[in-house]
Design a protein around this ligand. Sequence first.
Ligand code: HEC
Length: 157
Amino acid sequence: MMPRSALPLFVVLALLSGCDDMTVQPKADPYSAEANMVTPAQDTVAWGDTASKPPPLTLALIQRGQQRFRIDCTPCHSELGDGHGMVVQRGFPAPPSYHIDRLRQAPTQHFYDVITHGYGAMYSFAGRVAPADRWAIAAYIRALQLSQHPPPAMVSR
Ligand code: HEC
């Protein structure tokens, strides 16, 4: 009579024999051109994407810009745009303040372009900030600049 423990072993061996086919079944070639074709996601922005005319300046645009600015830019540029963000306080190269003359005189397009292409030590945000939001952020930077250099007529009564 067969020892009791031999039966399960026999069953296991019988089942395993069915697995042999796995080594010879058709497989996808991970190096084929087809497998390596990259399909870009539909909701991302292509690298270096340039586009779009500036949208009309509205309060909603500036508010959207403020929200996006706080997410993407304040870590380095700070809420005020003076270039003393938290990442800079931890050692990242300091950006210039937005309130220097050169950047106050720069066209709004310049801010759009810096977001798109990066600038010096600053990497591009083309993949994270959609073109419409680049204009929104640029508009908000303009508002920040105005907040630090209001024309006298605006503050005197
Ligand atoms: C990781 C840090 C970091 C983040 C985040 C960042 N920047 Fe910068 N930014 C820099 C640095 C550093 C410079 C200076 C680069 C240089 O001169 O080499 C700079 C420079 C700039 C300038 C000035 C360019 C000039 O003409 O001197 C603008 C405008 C600017 N950034 C806008 C933005 C905006 C808008 C965002 C958010 C979408 C942003 N940055 C996010 C680090 C950052």
